[in-house]
Design a protein around this ligand. Structure first.
Ligand code: HSE
Length: 429
């Protein structure tokens, strides 16, 4: 084994960073044996230097992250600050000064992954980010390496634990959205400002990363259609139950049937109770991958939290250190397929639509005609009525999102349709 240690700079020492530092210390001998050289924590950049950090030598702590990454003797920079800046500049500076980078930063990778990979390539260094998607769950490496010889057609996942906790609470207790969010906040699952989670931004960043890797195509954050889950109601769950379904916030990356384009989207959807993703409870994450040769694969586990995320960071750290010792680099960006990313209107799926209508002769026929005029085929219709008003639930066969949008627009114009109570896509069948 080499005796000269590989030097690691840690940028950020919050929930994840402090766990990375702790495990690097407590498992130093194992990590050295696995890598073939010791790894040494050479510096820790923080915002608040006076905070007591158990197990970290205060002499290593600095507020000058830029000086740390410019030192020139750092082998690997571990970035767990999050956000776009200063993380982006620090990472590119690290490459320019000879370091490889391990990052947990989904927002940055989703937004600037291509440029960061190019910077890593230019300097012959690695950029690894297993922890950016679904915490501890091995997903980036399986997609990038284990499935490199296969053809992935679909990635369907629950990649946000906060929203899964809320939806699971709504499903199991019958609570409304706000009540379930309050519980998630009280238990520490939801942030004080839950926007990034509940509006689907966090999941959309993860979907962009997964789609890019799965389809060997650059998928930008803007390419991902995003709908949050704040409008999901207890009534939607009741409807889902009647169909033998539950509701999950799903990240769905798909290759079109003809293979010529891909789509990426995040939105709440009904999913059959028999589907493995339906049984992903509380704040867990799970990702279902469908590929040509392997068939169906499921990845499941904790998608957030200090220790689980640190596990993924350390796995990358070991891989990157091994590469450095071998004088090699791991896989970089693979975007050779360059498939077009189609807009949401071209996505084809099934829909569950609840309408409030007048209960009088001819209304059902009128509604059915609108579906037919837009080429949307109805699978089932259920009506319950009282006092001249009725609730109509229509479940369609597969149709394009554009056709469904046109149908709903036309339905809203009918005098007999008092309102469109909810529209939900049905996935995983
Ligand atoms: N806030 C995320 C979640 C974890 O709830 O899953 C970090 O991506």
């Amino acid at each position: 084994m080499r005796t000269r240690p590989l030097k690691v700079a840690l940028l950020g020492c919050g929930v994840v960073g402090s766990e990375v530092a702790r495990i690097m210390t407590t498992h130093a001998a194992d990590l050295a044996a696995r890598i073939g050289a010791p790894v040494e924590l050479a510096g820790v950049a923080v915002r608040r230097p006076d905070k007591v950090r158990e197990g970290i030598d205060p002499a290593l702590v600095t507020t000058d992250a830029t000086a740390l990454v410019k030192r020139g003797d750092i082998d690997v920079v571990v970035e767990v600050i999050g956000g776009i800046e200063p993380a982006r500049t620090l990472i590119t500076t690290a490459f320019a000064h000879g370091a490889s980078v391990v990052s947990a930063n989904k927002a940055l990778i989703a937004q600037d992954g291509a440029a960061l990979h190019a910077a890593a390539d230019e300097h012959g260094r690695d950029l690894y980010y297993e922890a950016a998607v679904a915490g501890a769950i091995p997903l980036i490496r399986p997609l990038r390496e284990s499935l490199a010889g296969d053809k992935v057609n679909r990635v369907l996942g629950i990649v946000n634990g906060t929203t899964n906790f809320i939806l699971d609470a709504m499903d199991t207790t019958g609570a409304g959205y706000q009540e379930a969010l309050d519980e998630a906040t009280a238990l520490g699952y939801a942030e004080a400002d839950p926007t990034a989670d509940v509006e689907g931004f966090d999941a959309a960043a993860k979907a962009a990363i997964l789609a890019g890797i799965a389809f060997h195509t650059r998928v930008r954050l803007d390419d991902v259609h995003r709908e949050g889950m704040t409008e999901v109601t207890a009534a939607d769950f009741a409807s889902a139950r009647r169909m033998g379904c539950t509701i999950k916030l799903l990240a769905i990356c798909e290759r079109a049937a003809d293979g010529a384009s891909v789509t990426a989207r995040v939105h709440p959807a009904m999913i059959p109770l028999s589907h493995p993703l339906a049984n992903v409870r509380e704040a867990y994450n799970a990702v279902f991958v469908e590929s040509e040769a392997a068939g169906q694969l499921m990845f499941y586990g904790p998608g957030a939290g200090g220790s689980p995320t640190a596990s993924a960071v350390l796995g990358d750290l070991v891989a990157v250190c091994r590469n450095r010792l071998g004088g090699a680099t791991g896989p970089g960006e693979s975007a050779y397929a360059a498939l077009p990313v189609s807009p949401m209107g071209e996505v084809v799926t099934r829909y569950h639509i609840s309408l409030d209508v007048a209960d009088k002769p001819g209304v059902l026929a009128q509604v059915a005609t609108v579906f037919a005029e837009h080429g949307v085929s109805i699978d089932t219709v259920r009506q319950s009525g009282k006092d001249g008003e009725a609730s109509l639930v229509v479940v369609t066969h597969r149709a394009s999102d554009a056709a469904l949008g046109g149908t709903v627009e036309a339905l809203r114009k009918l005098d007999t349709v008092r309102g469109v109570a909810s529209i939900m896509r049905v996935e995983g069948e």
